[in-house]
Design a protein around this ligand. Sequence first.
Ligand code: ADP
Ligand code: MG
Length: 373
Amino acid sequence: MNTQDVFVPGSTIGIIGGGQLGRMSAVAASKLGYHVHVLSPEFPSPATEVAASVTVGAYDDPAVLEDFASRCDVVTFEFENISAEGLALLERHRPVRPAGEILRISQDRITEKTRLSEIGVSLAPWHAVNGPEDLLGLETLGFPLILKTTRFGYDGKGQFRVPDAEALAALDNLPYPLVAEKMIDFERELSVMVVRALDGTVRCFDAVENRHRNGILDITLAPARVMPDIARQAQDMAARIAEALGLVGIMGVEMFHAADGSLMVNEIAPRPHNSGHWTMDACLVDQFEMHVRAVAGLPLPPARRHSDAVMHNLIGPEDMARVPAILVTDGASLHLYGKSEAREGRKMGHVNTIFPRGALPGELALEGLLPPR
Ligand code: ADP
Ligand code: MG
């Protein structure tokens, strides 16, 4: 398998995963003239709705993966938890971009933090917690701290906040292995979408600011309202990780901008990312097209932002009820994912509101951008 292959428009890009990230990647791929083949255990799903063809089956079934690979020229993913064996199987058949090794690193918080430390970027102080015996040593990290499951966590799931030694002592029946991290008193949460091409070109979108609600991303402000040197430092950090990992494709890098001014990496996601959805309306070439270009081996344009943007996630039935009012809101670009059931906490869509550069609304005006909940 030649890992340097370029796939011209007309080729078939395989996407593993049927969710909204796959859906928006598929739309970007078809804009550039690619066929898209989706692997999804569920049918219909947000991505299968917009794909040329679909394999319906389990991510961990070798026969399914083999059939899927045989129908694609190059493979990428939006679903992150494909097994190491599954990734190896896919890589025997087709180029996988980003490489399976990068996905494997990001799947496990201990592997991820170990690799990021080797790369030399700063992280929140952390310890691996493999069993109850490791809890005793955590006082050295300081309180408050946070325990996270090493695998399968998303949207704040699998996390336990520990305010003090007493709460730590009271913990029982934890789902080991875990990582413990010192809670960072952050000024802001930032993220950078970084994309690296086959020829080594690295492009970073502007650093943005993320706000969470109930553990789920609520709002992204683009650009982040930080000093230019902090924004540049965030991009440099993301570029350094992408280069060190030999990334081909896009990756989201989540960071904390601590109260003392320092930047720390929280986690990486080697795929399009919710905090990059603002690019769909504020950049000529958005995160999904950048990703598709990199996966296909095409060149990358500069990641230029023509407008400022505020992205609001639409979560669960409560936000879906706002859609009629959003449809008549001036300046709001609505993206829905085609999910049939608006369950509590489920990401149903997002709205981008764009502004001329430098005209991002202030804190108070932010509240009134969309109709109230
Ligand atoms: P997930 O995989 O669920 O996104 P994260 O590690 O990104 O997990 O944690 C989710 C959110 O929890 C973060 O975006 C941040 O708001 C908060 N958080 C996580 N770790 C820390 C930490 N060490 N200090 C402060 N806040 C944290
Ligand atoms: Mg996160």
